[in-house]
Write a protein that binds this ligand. Structure first.
Ligand SMILES: [Mn+2]
Length: 429
């Protein structure tokens, strides 16, 4: 693996927490992601199913996990199935997990080759009353088509039509919100890598540079520091491109006097950072740019302080909108009289700030969690207000990653330059 060995206690703890939420006499089963064909005989870059990774740490295809806390024989309380390796695989793909390395990585004693999965699963099903199956559930997601989990669930439902079925997703959504110290440490590694990438861009950005050149500098820094790649498709958007929220073509040339919005971060051990900075191409913000920048920064700082246990993420988004409304009035983009008359269902600030301010972060960039539930300590949220003014061909977003604690919120990106003056200084030295 590119990343350092992760303490198996993390995965043991996660399985223990999952098992606690299961009904009596239940079996839960998790499957890895398929390798997806791109075309001909090549495949898309594979990534482990984040729930399976969360419970096992096994970063390998064709893996299954069965959790059966009330299993009739203790050895079946936790069973991990890994891909059976052979000479052919050794020649073409190299080393796979051995039984011992899978045991060490996951902390699971009972590791079996996956060619025995069907027989053992079938046997255990006879003793289970409820069966937990997992699918990708996300309130912004639009389905996964024929994902491995969906195919697997269909097969199980077909083969065992009389069991009672439960969804694992609500449990995963609950558990994955609150990060343990092990996970915060992994997120901090992703953030360190991300900082290195950002600092490097400050030396690269100047009039005439192309957006893709910045993207190339970033991926070099992420990978050279043991990251596994971009945490998500990077948005390197100069001038009016910054007003396209998911701009990823990154194919324009940076012009003197324009701003450059960079929403980009590294991934480390499947954990993601999520950073946005907006910097002046010429190394100095204009007066207007700085005024808008500081308005976004004030909202960013005020919202950050709201991230406390007991607060609901959705309410933070609503409060952030109100703060933004005041700033947009001060910037003379909105008029007080018009704001007073506005339809509360579609507030005027949305014209300049059309997105939410925070989302959960972790093994997924838009991590699992319930935005209508009270936050708990250990949640990691992004804080990313922005102002986009098409008429002025500028978009500014400032984003950091914040850890909710029982005390004050901790800004995990506090050491990444954010003040306009600080950024100007770094670009000019
Ligand atoms: Mn984000």
């Amino acid at each position: 693996m590119r990343y350092d060995t992760i303490n198996a206690d993390l995965f043991k703890l996660n399985r223990k927490n999952f098992a606690k939420q299961m009904k009596k006499n239940s079996l839960a089963v998790f499957v890895s992601n398929d390798i997806i064909t791109r075309s001909a005989d090549s495949a898309y870059k594979w990534r482990q199913n984040p729930d399976l990774f969360y419970l096992t740490g096994i970063d390998q295809e064709e893996t299954f996990l069965i959790l059966f806390p009330d299993a009739p024989e203790a050895k079946y309380q936790e069973v991990l199935f890994t891909r059976k390796t052979n000479d052919y695989l050794m020649w073409w793909e190299g080393k796979k997990h051995s039984t011992e390395s899978a045991q060490r990585t996951s902390g699971i004693d009972n590791v079996i080759w996956n060619d025995q999965f069907d027989a053992i699963f079938s046997m255990l099903m006879h003793y289970a009353e409820n069966v937990y199956l997992n699918t990708n559930e996300h309130d912004r997601g639009v389905g996964m088509g024929e994902a491995s989990e969906v195919k697997f669930a269909r097969k199980v439902l077909n083969d065992f039509p009389l069991h009672k079925y439960e969804r694992s997703a609500p449990i995963m959504h609950h558990l994955r919100v609150s990060k343990s110290n092990y996970e915060v440490a992994l997120l901090n590694r992703a953030i360190d890598i991300t900082k290195k990438g950002f600092m490097r861009t400050l030396k690269t950005i100047k009039p005439g540079v192309w957006e893709y050149e910045i993207e190339a500098a970033l991926i070099h820094e992420y990978i050279a520091n043991r990251g596994t790649g971009h945490a998500y498709e990077p948005i390197i958007a100069t001038g009016e491109n910054a007003c396209v929220l998911h701009y990823i073509s990154n194919d324009a040339q940076c012009k003197a006097g324009d701003l450059l919005l960079m929403d980009t971060a590294g991934e480390y051990a499947n954990y993601n950072a999520d950073l946005t900075r907006t910097v002046p191409v010429s190394g100095k913000y204009t007066k207007r740019q700085k005024a808008v920048y500081n308005a976004v920064l004030r909202v960013h700082r005020a919202v950050k302080e709201m991230m406390k246990p007991g607060v609901v993420l959705n309410d933070i988004n609503i409060e952030a909108g109100k703060l933004m409304e005041e700033e947009l009035i001060k910037l003379r983009l909105l008029k007080t009289a018009e704001v007073r008359k506005q339809n509360p269902a579609s507030p005027l600030y949305k014209k300049y700030f059309p997105h939410g301010t925070c989302h959960f972060l972790g093994l997924d960039v838009h991590d699992l969690g319930n935005r209508f539930e009270k936050l708990r300590a250990g949640a990691v949220l992004t804080c990313e207000p922005g102002i986009y003014i098409r008429e002025e061909k500028m978009g500014i977003r400032i984003e950091n990653n914040i850890l909710v604690t029982s005390g004050k919120p901790v800004d995990l990106m506090a050491n990444i330059p954010i003040e306009a003056e600080e950024i100007e200084e770094l670009m000019n030295t």
